[in-house]
Design a protein around this ligand. Structure first.
Ligand code: PA5
Length: 426
């Protein structure tokens, strides 16, 4: 269901030079002995996940769908991007569902926050607040405001039933608050970091609320785990992809550009940028992860990719069969000159745009392109794809000699901001 085409990027002969390193690193991942090994819980999660918690999530999701019109998902970074990305990839940008999902907690923007709060006034909404640490300022401020609005609208007792917290099992301010208030709580295991948490309750509970088949996602992830936990470089496409990243980095490329041909997958690129950027961007090393959505961005960054400096390679995520197609109709006058396409589907046009662009970028532009083919976008394939990228990220970071699971650089802006805000101790 997922294929990797490297024929436009590198010669597979290079795998031989990587075999011994990959074998060692794969063992480190499987046996959880490498740098940051306390955070390798995601690697076996598809077989170790808490089945009882999944049933509780499904029960909670049904309650939310039966009793509310809106679910506000409140979180940032790894506590936000996975759910948003999966929701859009699977349901599209204008989903036709009785439960609307809105995101908050990912910004300090007064405009955004005021607009969401205003939109929620007088409406029946529930909240899923998500924070592993329980102390993230964007999320905490938004949650305080949301809770306040909800309690004013329905009273404290009813608000309690409408709030679901996803956080650490034992520690943190959100855990303390949730226990004190008696909120239904889901867990982010202590050995899984935010950007590796999409297949835990962090991603799965909001997705279950959107009527997405979360068990199929976990099944897809399990299938991926079974396929990619070995060091066979002739068949393991996850590690083949990780090697191309490392090879490109060591051969003059400074950026990987994720490319999709579906606007509903632009958030997948955001998730990927966080996964690779926050995992690898340390010690003044690593590729800069960037992204475009074609054909839209062929009318903006397309020019740079084609003729600009040779800093990047592309990783194209191509969904072979779209879930829907639209046929171009006949027009008697043909003033727009489009009758040569009548009866053809947009899927056909999009495919030709992909083929034409690939040829232009590879042959004329000299830009190496990896292609990941997915036969169709569904829960199982997306679960598989999430696992594929998380495992590839761990391999790629270890090849660079980086601990993929910390984010020391993120603390520096926080320190300055807290100082400027007058927080005690800063
Ligand atoms: O990947 C990460 O660890 C981060 O992006 C976190 O998910 C993000 O900072 C939010 O943290 P928390 O869930 O503690 O609010």
């Amino acid at each position: 269901m997922i294929k990797l085409d490297l024929s436009h990027s590198l010669d597979k002969e290079v795998f031989k030079d990587y075999q011994s390193k990959v074998t060692i690193i794969n063992q480190m991942i499987n046996e959880k002995t490498g740098l940051g090994n306390d955070f390798l819980g995601w690697a076996d999660w598809p077989i170790n996940y808490d089945k009882e918690e999944v049933e509780r999530m499904l029960k909670g999701a049904k309650y939310i769908r039966d009793n509310y019109d809106i679910l506000v998902v409140c979180g940032i970074g790894g506590s936000y991007l996975g759910a948003r990305c999966a929701l859009e990839a699977l349901k599209g940008l204008y989903p036709d569902d009785k439960l609307q999902i809105i995101f908050m907690g990912q910004t300090f923007s007064p405009n955004y926050v005021a607009q969401v709060l205003n939109y929620l006034k007088g409406k029946r909404f529930a909240i899923n607040v998500i924070s592993k640490s329980g102390t993230t300022t964007e999320t905490s401020i938004s949650f305080r405001l949301l809770k306040d609005l909800l309690e004013k609208q329905v009273g404290k007792e009813e608000a309690r039933k409408a709030i679901y917290a996803t956080t650490d099992k034992e520690k943190g301010a959100l855990k303390t608050l949730a226990t004190k208030e008696g909120y239904e709580t889901f867990t982010l295991p202590s050995n899984i970091g935010g950007r590796f948490s999409v297949l835990t309750a962090v991603g799965l509970f909001p997705l279950a609320c959107a009527n997405i088949d979360i068990k199929a996602m976990l099944e897809g992830a399990k299938e991926a785990r079974d396929l990619y936990m070995n060091d066979h470089l002739d068949t393991n496409i996850c590690y083949q992809y990780a090697i191309t990243r490392d090879y490109m980095y060591r051969h003059g490329k400074s950026s990987e550009m994720f490319v999709t041909y579906e606007p509903s997958m632009s958030q997948l690129s955001e998730w990927l940028k966080q996964l690779f950027g926050e995992s690898e961007g340390k010690e003044r090393k690593a590729l800069l992860p960037t992204s475009v959505t074609f054909s839209t961005d062929l009318h903006s960054l397309g020019q740079f990719i084609q003729d600009g400096t040779h800093v990047l390679f592309e990783t194209i995520i191509n969904v072979v069969k779209p879930n829907q197609d639209i046929v171009i109709p006949h027009d008697n006058e043909d003033l727009d000159g489009l009758n040569y396409l009548e009866g053809k589907g947009l899927a056909f046009v999009n495919q030709k745009a992909f083929e034409g662009t690939l040829k232009a970028h590879v042959e004329d532009g000299g830009v190496p392109c990896n292609i990941i083919y997915i036969d169709e976008m569904n829960e199982k394939n997306l679960g598989h794809l999430f696992y594929f990228f998380m495992r590839a990220c761990a391999m790629s970071a270890y090849l660079l000699g980086i601990n993929p699971f910390n984010q020391p650089g993120v603390e520096i802006y926080k320190r300055n901001m807290f100082h400027l805000l007058g927080k005690k101790g800063y």
